[in-house]
Design a protein around this ligand. Structure first.
Ligand code: AHG
Length: 346
């Protein structure tokens, strides 16, 4: 992409144009995949419009109650889920969907034709942050259908992240951005609310070599194992045998926002296994809707994601809502976490 001497790019490229241009590099492509990405971008714009009005709900009518037009107000996470489903169920591009908000798979209604792709998504991640006006996001992953006949089944969703054909996220922050990869670089688009278009703002995102931040909820330190504690002390420059410059700590508590910052500035986000619920799952975050799609993005931006013991992208999900520990960001830092966990346990 050409730049003028003042740093402003020559071209203004919309997400639609960009996705179409990518399609032309794949002779024989039917356009279904291209349109699917565009449908997601459109759903994102609708969700973005509502998130910017979130603070007005109390003025215009409480969530769960009637608004002044007498319509029932929907909670934003329910609205985001419904928008993703409504935008994608009738297009003929998808065979099945699965959402963090819904216990089972989401079938394509019989009256619509089914397509070849599977869409998994977390419609509104970090939803506990909505009421305090902190950035939230939508995460998505696209797989190819693997069952051969009949309606698609849960088995089509339970694929390792390695098999994703595309993944991305939308961050509803000081501006709305959509970041995605189809395995050919990671590209970021910023929504111009005036014209209602996502414009290419961050082509070919690469995670910087030198990390700046570490992001973890240290409030739960007392529940951590020895490996996680020692790794954290190392990041803070407090390991006497292997001292380093301490990294700056930043934790928003919205995975998309924490990940996005570290992707652009360099760093590591982790949500380790902990002992808050001794009989509970190893981590908090969902493999299918959160960890795997972001691991795909990290990988294609030159980073890495692990559950502390193995690459996230290698994990074959056993159930739709499976949770995993997550370490994601600069490869050297994530590998260091794996080293500490191998030596001292998680
Ligand atoms: P939720 O969507 O229920 O608010 O969960 C958010 C996720 C993720 O976005 C974030 O990084 C993490 O949970 C924060 O959890 P803690 O509050 O336990 O740190």
């Amino acid at each position: 992409m050409n730049e003028r001497p003042n740093g402003i790019r020559e071209e203004i490229i919309t997400i639609e144009r960009y996705i179409l241009d990518q399609q032309y590099t794949h002779p024989g492509a039917t356009g279904a995949f291209t349109n699917l990405l565009y449908d997601i971008a459109l759903a994102a714009k609708i969700i973005a419009r509502e998130t910017t009005r979130a603070g007005l709900v109390e003025i215009l009518g409480l969530a769960g109650k009637m608004n002044i037009q007498g319509e029932a107000q929907m909670k934003l996470d329910v609205f985001a889920n419904e928008t993703m489903v409504r935008m994608n169920s009738y297009t003929g591009r998808l065979a099945l969907m699965a959402s963090e908000e819904v216990p089972g798979v989401i079938s394509i209604p019989e009256e619509y034709s089914a397509g070849r792709y599977i869409l998994v998504f977390d419609p509104l991640d970090g939803s506990s942050n909505i009421d305090v006006n902190v950035s939230i996001g939508t995460i998505f992953g696209v797989y190819r259908r693997i069952t051969k006949e009949g309606p698609a089944t849960e088995a089509d969703c339970l694929q390792p992240g390695r098999d994703l054909v595309a993944a991305g996220y939308i961050i509803y922050g000081s501006s709305t951005m959509m970041i995605y990869s189809t395995g050919n670089g990671v590209h970021g688009f910023t929504l111009d609310p005036g014209v209602g278009e996502f414009l290419l703002s961050h082509p070919n995102i690469r995670i910087p070599d030198k990390a700046k931040y570490f992001s973890v909820n240290q409030g739960y330190e007392k529940y951590w194992g020895e490996g996680v504690l020692r790794f954290t002390r190392w990041l803070q420059g407090m390991n006497e045998e292997d001292p380093r410059e301490p990294l700056s700590g930043r934790y928003i508590g919205s995975l998309v926002a924490d990940f996005h910052r570290n992707l652009l500035a360099g760093g590591i986000y982790y949500y380790p296994a902990d002992r808050r619920k001794p009989k509970g799952p190893r981590g908090k975050l969902r493999l299918l809707y959160e960890a795997a799609p972001l691991a795909f993005i990290a990988q294609h931006a030159g980073g890495y994601a692990s559950d502390g013991q193995q690459p996230i992208l290698d994990i074959l999900p056993e159930s739709l809502h499976q949770r995993v520990p997550l370490y994601i960001g600069n490869r050297d830092l994530v590998e260091k976490a794996e080293e500490f966990i191998a030596a001292y346990g998680e």
